[in-house]
Design a protein around this ligand. Structure first.
Ligand SMILES: Cc1cc2nc3c(=O)[nH]c(=O)nc-3n(C[C@H](O)[C@H](O)[C@H](O)COP(=O)(O)OP(=O)(O)OC[C@H]3O[C@@H](n4cnc5c(N)ncnc54)[C@H](O)[C@@H]3O)c2cc1C
Ligand code: SF4
Length: 814
């Protein structure tokens, strides 16, 4: 029996419609019989890149996102150059201008927008063009061969890109704009004036606060007159006065429309068989004119068309960047200052730098940046995640690099970096490789850059730089995720949603969780499985059964794999204190197993290097007998507690830092955390244990203990934030346990404490750990409870035979 496929008809072969199909094919490759109608006689192309085509920096073929083969390979019937003129909802079919009738089970409307053509005399004269399609660009390029003077009506994003493109083609270009400065919706007056001055330097003329009355000419355009009577000459006029959602077709079919086609959070119109995405859509009262939100809509629509039925589109925050080479401009959110708002300003006329940040209730509401935009994606992230910035405030305006850089980006302006500059240290990927991949492979998102170039795919410390490169290369900020990022491509759910679902749905194993959340792959991947395993461990201590297949190799075998395939073994040395007897035991074991290197680590432990996999359990057996437990040096877990000698020996020591370090380590060892976790205790502010670059640092002072959090001594050093001061060791333990538990319960898997704190804000941590005594006590209690199940020495268990299959070599078959 052949299964009847669902007939899906798409009206609109543009960016939103085809992105929905791409998503749908990934989710449900065989379920649909798809027909696409497109008025334009072209395959699906990247409309955003029309400006580089106009300026001569790109060819049309570079903008094609899916060529003819793609439609064929995916068995999509493509009807190009065909305009749909009727949706017959009663018979569930669509009709084209030339009489083709196509039935549907589901319909997707993605008709985009129409450019606004001002209703003024002369608007239909030859020589007046819109700026929306490749056809418009081709006409403009043809005109540059015969025309000299162009006037662009509209000084918004599109108008300026058109004006710049025409000027680069050698035309004399004027911009006419109703407002006092260009891009008034994205820039305030100061930023707008700087932009105007920069464009004037490139030869553009501006007619600001001017209203066009008529376009002049008999058989073709000769000029333009303003309401105040002045006239200017022109032989080409570009209308870039705005766009209007293209809703005529939907409206005629009786589908509820206001400014756009009204859709719900599932991207359904009032007719549940009919979905709509893209610029033609009005969602929660908003219409969008940039691609980032449209791509999110596409994901949601595909999810529902494929009957997964789990995602909701809840609206998007957008940011803007002008694609005019050499002009750095970024704006996001609402930057108009209202009552109750605070404004942070930086203006450096000599360097042509201007920044304005608008805060309300300690949260960033809007940002305008001109001349220096490398921090744009970071500000945008703070805005989207509604981070409390009170603790960052002092340095906020100066950018992320002034925070000590916790590994989210920073560094210098990506635009001015050399092509050979290394962006991703882990994978050795340089700037030009990333830029080439973005352009050549038509990448839009961080995920895509990661999978094509590996940049930002390892430690993630260059994520900010890669995002800045995406924004810089592509102009429009369709690179930055406009809402929360999914864990990996196996799911559309971000980390927090998964964590919430685990508790809400009360699921206690990975397969059930994947089923409940409609995972796209059967078994997940190396990114999501360890995350889910960790989230389950943290949510259900003592109940959830650890899944060793969902651990990285180091955690699976409880030792670090080294570059020659052997392993290193690091016993726990409590608080960094050992004894001759322990040293003798370690030395004997090292000799017995012919360890190649004995190394004292930076965390005051002894590392034994060059151990074969088969020897691991036997060696652990001996270590366990000698009184040692695993140092967890391989794990996303508590690693070391480093100490100095403190008041026991040091002339400056104020407290027993060694003793406290040992107590803290005895409490915290064995705990699994989102990423590795390091602690240090220094006996006085001279800080010999380097407590201020640890995840949790304790600095003993005369009157008690200073607690510091969020330090990182790795690739990008970050100094801790001061959390508070306490008076007793008991309090240190409570604060430490509570803080670790908050991190365990709330951070994303693979997120160190440093970027976690920058994401949620120090004020948030203080609110939960310092200000809320009851909350702190509860967190501490949950930490201790979970420790009851995690302080089983994994070495002892394995020395006794657990997971023996991991350590036995396969027989060699002749
Ligand atoms: C020059 C330019 C520069 C831009 N720069 C940026 C930028 O830097 N950053 C950014 O984020 N966004 C930018 N945008 C906006 C971005 O291109 C749009 O948001 C996006 O293309 C909208 O996608 P869509 O699918 O809704 O509409 P479109 O991509 O316009 O697709 C709609 C398609 O539907 C077809 N259609 C309409 N009616 C019918 C019908 N009745 N029958 C058949 N087919 C029909 C149209 O021909 C069109 O091909 C730019 C746009 C332009 C024009
Ligand atoms: S931190 Fe202070 S107490 Fe500890 S060893 Fe250094 S000087 Fe001495």
């Amino acid at each position: 029996m052949t299964v009847k496929k669902t007939r899906l008809v798409v009206i609109g072969n543009g960016m939103a419609g085809i992105r929905t199909i791409e998503e749908l094919i990934k989710m449900s490759p065989d379920e649909f019989d798809i027909t696409v109608f497109g008025s334009e006689p072209k395959p699906n192309y990247n409309r955003i890149l029309l400006s580089p085509v106009l300026s001569g920096e790109m060819m049309f073929q570079d903008t094609v996102l899916n060529d003819w083969n793609w439609y064929e390979e995916n068995h999509i019937t493509l009807q190009v150059g065909k305009t749909v003129t009727k949706i017959d909802r009663f018979h569930c079919q669509v009709e084209t201008q030339d009489g083709i009738t196509t039935p549907y089970d589901r319909l997707l409307i993605a008709t985009g927008s129409n450019p606004i053509m001002l209703p003024i005399p002369g608007i239909n004269l030859p020589g007046v063009l819109a700026y929306r399609s490749i056809d418009d660009v081709e006409k403009m390029l043809a005109a540059t061969k015969t025309c000299q003077r162009a006037v662009v009506i509209g000084g918004g994003l599109l108008g300026l890109e058109a004006a710049n493109g025409l000027a680069l083609q050698g035309m004399d270009v004027s911009v006419v704009h109703l407002c006092d400065w260009p891009m008034e919706r994205q820039l305030d007056k100061v930023g707008g004036d700087l932009l105007k001055a920069a464009l004037e330097k490139r030869g553009l003329k501006f007619y600001l606060s001017r209203e066009t009355q008529a376009i002049l000419g008999e058989d073709k355009v000769t000029g333009l007159s303003f309401k105040d009577g002045e006239q200017i000459a022109a032989d080409l006029i570009i209308m870039a006065a705005g766009i209007r959602p293209n809703i005529a077709l939907a409206k005629n079919a009786g589908i509820h429309c206001e400014r756009g086609i009204v859709v719900s959070d599932t991207m359904q119109t009032y007719d549940p068989k009919i979905y709509a995405v893209g610029e033609c859509v009005q969602h929660r009262g908003q219409t969008y004119g940039l691609v980032a939100p449209l791509f999110e809509q596409a994901k949601v629509a595909a999810n529902h068309l494929a009957r997964y039925g789990r995602m909701l589109y809840e609206g998007s925050a957008v940011s803007t960047k002008l694609k005019v080479t050499g002009i750095d401009l970024f704006s996001a959110g609402d930057f108009n200052v209202r009552a109750g708002d605070e404004e942070l300003l930086l203006q450096d006329a000599a360097r042509g730098v201007y920044k304005k940040l608008v805060l309300r209730n300690n949260k960033l509401r809007g940002a305008v940046m001109y001349g220096e935009t490398v921090d744009g994606p970071w500000y945008f992230q703070l805005m989207r995640e509604a981070t409390d910035v009170s603790e960052l405030r002092e340095h906020l305006l100066f950018g992320q690099v002034h925070l000590g850089d916790a590994g989210r980006g920073g560094a210098s302006n990506v635009a001015s970096m050399a092509d050979s500059a290394e962006i991703c240290g882990c994978n050795g990927v340089c700037k030009s490789t990333i830029v080439k991949a973005i352009i050549g492979k038509k990448l839009f998102t961080l995920e895509e850059v990661r999978s094509h170039t590996k940049a930002s795919a390892s430690c993630g410390s260059c994520t900010g730089l890669v995002e800045a490169l995406l924004a810089n290369t592509l102009g429009g900020d369709y690179s930055a995720q406009t809402s929360k990022k999914p864990i990996c491509s196996c799911t559309d759910h971000p980390h927090q949603d998964v964590r919430d679902a685990i508790l809400k749905l009360n699921v206690k194993n990975i397969p059930d969780l994947m089923r409940a959340l409609n995972w796209k792959t059967e078994d997940g991947c190396h990114v999501c499985r360890p995350a889910l395993n960790y989230y389950m461990t943290a949510a259900y201590p003592g109940v959830y059964e650890d899944d060793s297949r969902s651990r990285f190799i180091n955690e699976r075998v409880h030792a670090n794999i080294q570059k020659d395939g052997t392993y290193s073994v690091i016993p726990r040395i409590w608080g960094g204190v050992t004894s001759p007897k322990e040293l003798r035991t370690i030395a004997e074991i090292a000799e017995k197993y012919e360890v190649l290197t004995v190394h004292i680590t930076g965390g005051q432990r002894i590392g034994l290097y060059g151990v074969t996999k088969e020897n691991l359990p036997k060696m652990w057996g001996d270590l366990v007998e000698g009184g040692f437990v695993s140092g967890h040096a391989y794990g996303k877990s508590l690693r070391t507690v480093k100490t100095c000698v403190g008041s026991d020996w040091c002339r400056f020591g104020t407290q027993d830092s060694t003793g406290l370090g040992i107590t803290v380590e005895k409490m915290t060892w064995g705990s699994w955390t989102p990423h590795k976790f390091k602690i240090a205790v220094s006996g006085c502010p001279r800080n010999c244990a380097e407590a201020t670059i640890k995840d949790f640092g304790i600095v003993c002072v005369d009157s008690g203990y200073e607690i510091h959090v969020g330090g990182n001594g790795g690739m990008k050093v970050r100094v801790t934030d001061f959390l508070c001061k306490v008076e007793s060791e008991a309090e240190v333990l409570e604060y430490c346990g509570a803080y670790m538990q908050l991190y365990r319960e709330e951070a994303h898997y693979m997120e160190r404490t440093a970027p976690w704190i920058e994401r949620v804000g120090l004020a948030y941590i203080k609110q939960h750990i310092v200000e809320d005594a009851k909350g702190r006590a509860n967190l501490y209690a949950r930490f201790l409870e979970s420790q009851r199940y995690s302080q089983n020495d994994p070495w002892k268990e394995r020395a006794q035979g657990k997971d023996a299959h991991e350590y036995t070599t396969l027989a060699t078959l002749a």
